[in-house]
Design a protein around this ligand. Structure first.
Ligand SMILES: *[C@@H]1O[C@H](CO)[C@@H](O)[C@H](O)[C@H]1NC(C)=O
Ligand SMILES: *[C@@H]1O[C@H](CO)[C@@H](O)[C@H](O)[C@H]1NC(C)=O
Ligand SMILES: *[C@@H]1O[C@H](CO)[C@@H](O)[C@H](O)[C@H]1NC(C)=O
Ligand SMILES: *[C@@H]1O[C@H](CO)[C@@H](O)[C@H](O)[C@H]1NC(C)=O
Ligand SMILES: *[C@@H]1O[C@H](CO)[C@@H](O)[C@H](O)[C@H]1NC(C)=O
Length: 713
C-alpha cells in the first residue's frame, strides 16, 4: 500500500499584532493520507452483510475522568461489570433519550458496547470488515479487548478489517469510546471552559455555531465480508460528448465507423483498485496478470447496455451511445436516472469469479464558467434549502422514516437542490438524492472557523479528503463547499484557504468549489479563490429586524457587488426568519408566520431582478425545518427558521415557497406543475400570476401568450 505525502514548508508571516505574537511560525503543510476503500457495503454473491444496529449497552464517563476508562481498561471486560449500564439505541444521538440533563449536556467520552456471534462459515477464505457510518466526534474501537481502529471527525465513515481479531463460532464483544469534545483543532471548532457551580468548577463546551452538538453512534454499524482478493475501491467520473469519430481504446465495442450514429455519447471513466493480493498489497500496476475485470453497465430495465473485459489494467472508459442522462428533478421529465455498473473480478488462471460489486451510476456532465453553472450543457438555476440532519429524540441519528419524509417534502415543494449544511450527511441520503434528482452542494464540517492554526488546517484538509473520497461517485454531488461562515476578515484566513483550495484541486477537478460567506465583501479574503461565490445574509432579521422594505435593495446590491468584484456565478446560500408556528400578526411582526412570508416575498423580488443579470444561479432558504440549538435567549426551543416544523409539517410559508419553486421550474424548464399546485380561488388568478416583464401587460383583459403560459391545465 503506497501513501504519498506531499510536504511543503511555508512560512506564515502576519504583520498584525496577533501575527507578531506567533510570528515566524513555520507551518508544515502536510497533506493527509488518501482514504482507502470504504465502498458503501452492498451485498452481492461474494459479499455478506450483517447489521449491528440495535440496542447497545452504554456508560457515561465524566469529563475530568475521561481518561479513567482508558487507564482502567474498561474495554477489557463487560461494561456492566464496571458500572450499571443504560440501554442505548444505535444509530441515534444519545443526548435526548434519557431524562438526565447531565447526559444531554455531557462533555467528554461515553462508552458503547454490544456482543454478537459470527458463524464458522465466515472463517473460510474470507475477510471480515467492521464499518461505522459515523461516530461523532471521535472514536476508539476495541474488539474482544483489542484496539482495532480510531477515527476523528464526525459525520464520516470508517472501517477496519477484523478477520484476525474475531472469534468464529463464538461470541465477540465490541466496545466503542465516543468523544464529543471540540477544540481549536477540531472541525468544527469549540472551546472547553470552566464554570463555577455549587459543586465547584465544572467543565463544559462552548461553540459559536448555531446547531446542537449532538453526539453518539449516528449511523449504522455493519459487519461485512469480502473474498481474500477483493474490489477495494472504485472511482468513476462521467462526461457527455457529442459523437465524434475518434476511436477510444474500447476492447469490447468493436464498432465500425459506419455503425456510428450521431448523438450523445456517455463517457464513464473508471478506476478500480484490487486489494488483498500477497499480504494486503494493493496493486493497480499494468503488469498485474493474475486477475481480470469484467464490467457490465445495466440500464434501469436490467438490459446490459455496455460490456467490457479488462485484463492487466484496472482503469478504462465505458462509452454509452445515446445514454439516458442524469437530470435534476423538474429539469427533465426523466430525472434521477441511474444505470447499474457491475464489476466482476475473475482469476485469470481458472477464470473463476472472485468478487462482485454493483454500484449506481448517473451519467452527467458538469461545467461552469464566469457566469453560469451547467448540467448536461444546460444552465441550471438552483432552488432549495440549507438543511440539518436533526429530529426530535434521535438527534442526528440516521432514520429512514425521516429521510423518506424529507425527500417527499422536497419534491412536494418543488426544490431541486440543498446544501448539506454544515457537515456531510448520511451516505443513504446521498443515495436518495441520486435517485430523486436532488442536486447537492456537499459541505464539509468546517463551520464558523475562527482560529486558523496548522493542526486545524491538516484536519480540515482531511475532512475534505474523506468527504470527497466518500461522495465523488454520486451524480447528485455537484459542488463541494469547503466551509461555512469562516471568519475570513482575519488575515490568517488567506494563506489558510489558499492552501485548502490548492489541496482540494488535487483531489477533484470535475466539480466547482464554493463556500458560504457571511463576511462583508470589503473585508473577506476567501471569495477570490472560489469557483462559485455563495453568501449568507439575514436582511430584516439579524440586521434591521422588522424592516421588510430594506431587503430587496440590500440583496440586489450585495449580489451585484460580489459579481462585479470577482466575475463569478453568485448564489444566495442562506436567508430567512425565525417563525413560531401558529403565531400570526397583521401587519407582520417578527417571529410570526406572516412575517416569514413577507420576508420571503421581498427576497423573491430581488432574486427575479438578479436572475435577469444572468450570473445569479440560485436561492436557498435557511432552513428546511426547525432544528435544535444550544440554549440561548435568542432561541425558543431551537432555531425556528424552518419552512417545515421540526416534525415535518408545513408552516404557511411552505405554500408560498412551493408556488415560487414550481414557478421557477415552469419558467426555466417548462416543467409540469402538480394539479394541486394552487388552490382554486378565482378563474383568472393564474393567468395574471406571473409578474410582468419588460413592460409587458398581464391582466385578465389582454392576455399576451407568455402570461397565459402559466395557466394550469
Ligand atoms: C492584515 O493585513 C493588512 C495588509 O497586509 C495589514 O494592513 C493589517 O494591519 C493586517 N491586520 C491584522 C489584524 O494583522
Ligand atoms: C475530577 O474533579 C474532582 C473534583 O473537582 C477532583 O477531585 C478530581 O481529582 C478530578 N479528577 C481528575 C482525573 O482530574
Ligand atoms: C477527547 O477529545 C479531546 C479533544 O480532542 C482530547 O483532548 C481528549 O484527550 C479526548 N479524551 C479522551 C479520553 O480521549
Ligand atoms: C474555576 O474557573 C474560573 C473561571 O470560571 C477560573 O478562573 C479558575 O481558575 C478555576 N478554578 C480552578 C481551581 O480550576
Ligand atoms: C489508465 O492508467 C494509466 C496508467 O496510470 C494511464 O496512463 C491511462 O491514461 C489511464 N486510462 C484511463 C482511461 O484513465
Amino acid at each position: 500500500m503506497l501513501w504519498y505525502y506531499l510536504c511543503i514548508a511555508v512560512l506564515f508571516v502576519d504583520s498584525g499584532i496577533a501575527g507578531k505574537l506567533n510570528s515566524a511560525k513555520t507551518v508544515i503543510k502536510k497533506d493527509p493520507p488518501s482514504t482507502q476503500g470504504l465502498l458503501y457495503p452492498f451485498e452481492s454473491e461474494s459479499r455478506d452483510i450483517r447489521s449491528l444496529d440495535g440496542i447497545w449497552r452504554f456508560l457515561k464517563g465524566g469529563y475530568n475522568d475521561s481518561t479513567k476508562g482508558l487507564v482502567e481498561k474498561w474495554y477489557a471486560t463487560d461494561l456492566d461489570k464496571i458500572k450499571p449500564t443504560l440501554a442505548m439505541p444505535v444509530p441515534a444521538s444519545y443526548n435526548d433519550l434519557t431524562t438526565d440533563e447531565s447526559l444531554r449536556d455531557h462533555l467528554g467520552v461515553v462508552w458503547y458496547e454490544r456482543k454478537f456471534f459470527v458463524s464458522h462459515d465466515w472463517s473460510l477464505d474470507k475477510r471480515v470488515w467492521l464499518r461505522f457510518g459515523s461516530v461523532h466526534y471521535s472514536a476508539i474501537v476495541w474488539l474482544n479487548g483489542v484496539e482495532v481502529v480510531r477515527h476523528d471527525i464526525g459525520h464520516l465513515p470508517f472501517e477496519v478489517e477484523i478477520t484476525d481479531h474475531l472469534r468464529f463460532g463464538a461470541q465477540n464483544r465490541l466496545t466503542v469510546l465516543c468523544n464529543n469534545t471540540l477544540t481549536r483543532s477540531t472541525v468544527p471548532q469549540g472551546e472547553v471552559v470552566q464554570l463555577l457551580t455549587d459543586a465547584g468548577n465544572k467543565t463544559f463546551q462552548t461553540y459559536t455555531f448555531d446547531f446542537f452538538n449532538y453526539a453518539g453512534i449516528h449511523r449504522s454499524v455493519v459487519l461485512y465480508t469480502t473474498p481474500k482478493v477483493y474490489i477495494q475501491d472504485i472511482h468513476i467520473t462521467t462526461d457527455v460528448v457529442v459523437d465524434s469519430n475518434d476511436d477510444e481504446d474500447d476492447e469490447a465495442s468493436g464498432e465500425k465507423e459506419a455503425d456510428r450514429i450521431s448523438g450523445n455519447i456517455g463517457i464513464i471513466d473508471f478506476k478500480v483498485t484490487i486489494a488483498g493480493v500477497d499480504c494486503n498489497e494493493v496493486t493497480e500496476s499494468p503488469d498485474f496478470q493474475s486477475y481480470y475485470l469484467h464490467l457490465q453497465l445495466r440500464a434501469a430495465d436490467e438490459i446490459v447496455v455496455h460490456e467490457m473485459c479488462k485484463g492487466r489494467t484496472f482503469n478504462g472508459t465505458l462509452r454509452v451511445k445515446n445514454p439516458i442522462l442524469w437530470w435534476p428533478y423538474l429539469m427533465n421529465p426523466v430525472y434521477g436516472y441511474l444505470y447499474t455498473l457491475e464489476i466482476y473480478l475473475h482469476s485469470a488462471t481458472d477464470e473463476s469469479l472472485i468478487d462482485v460489486y454493483r454500484m449506481k451510476v448517473g451519467i452527467r456532465k458538469i461545467q461552469w464558467d464566469e457566469s453560469s453553472f451547467l448540467l448536461n450543457g444546460q444552465k441550471v438555476y438552483l432552488h432549495g434549502f440549507g438543511r440539518h440532519e436533526d429530529s426530535d429524540l434521535r438527534g442526528k441519528g440516521l432514520d429512514y422514516a425521516l429521510l423518506t419524509r424529507d425527500f417527499n417534502l422536497l419534491k412536494w415543494i418543488g426544490a431541486n437542490a440543498y446544501r448539506t449544511s454544515h457537515y456531510p450527511y448520511s451516505e443513504e441520503s446521498m443515495q436518495f438524492a441520486d435517485e430523486n434528482g436532488i442536486m447537492i452542494i456537499d459541505e464539509c464540517s468546517s463551520v464558523n472557523t475562527d482560529y486558523f492554526g496548522a493542526d486545524l488546517l491538516y484536519n480540515h484538509k482531511s475532512a475534505l479528503e474523506q468527504l470527497i473520497h466518500r461522495d465523488r461517485n454520486h451524480p447528485s454531488a455537484i459542488m463541494w463547499s469547503i466551509a461555512n461562515e469562516p471568519r475570513t476578515q482575519k488575515n490568517q484566513s488567506e494563506p489558510y484557504f489558499r492552501e485548502i483550495m490548492r489541496y482540494v484541486k488535487t483531489l477533484d477537478l470535475t466539480r466547482p468549489l464554493t463556500a458560504a460567506i457571511n463576511v462583508e465583501i470589503g473585508k473577506d479574503k476567501l471569495a477570490q479563490f472560489l469557483d462559485i461565490i455563495s453568501f449568507n445574509r439575514y436582511n430584516a432579521w439579524y440586521h434591521n429586524a422588522g424592516h421588510l422594505d430594506t431587503i430587496s435593495i440590500a440583496v440586489k446590491t450585495e449580489a451585484i457587488n460580489w459579481n462585479k468584484k470577482y466575475k463569478r456565478p453568485i448564489l444566495m446560500s442562506e436567508y430567512g426568519a425565525d417563525t413560531l408556528e401558529g403565531l400570526h400578526s397583521l401587519p407582520e411582526t417578527i417571529w410570526s408566520e406572516d412575517y416569514q412570508i413577507a420576508l420571503f416575498g421581498q427576497h423573491f423580488k430581488a432574486f427575479d431582478y438578479l436572475i435577469k443579470q444572468n450570473w445569479f444561479i440560485g436561492e436557498f432558504v435557511w432552513n428546511f425545518a426547525d432544528f435544535k440549538t444550544e440554549q440561548a435567549f435568542t432561541r425558543v426551543g431551537g432555531n425556528k427558521k424552518g419552512v417545515f416544523t421540526r416534525n415535518r409539517q408545513p408552516k404557511s410559508s411552505a405554500h408560498l415557497l412551493r408556488e415560487r419553486y414550481y414557478g421557477l421550474c415552469k419558467q426555466f424548464y417548462e416543467c409540469e406543475v402538480p394539479s394541486d399546485f394552487l388552490p382554486y380561488s378565482i378563474h383568472w388568478r393564474y393567468r395574471v400570476h406571473r409578474p410582468a416583464v419588460d413592460g409587458e401587460i398581464c391582466d385578465s383583459n389582454s392576455l399576451p401568450k407568455e402570461c397565459i403560459d402559466f395557466k394550469l391545465n
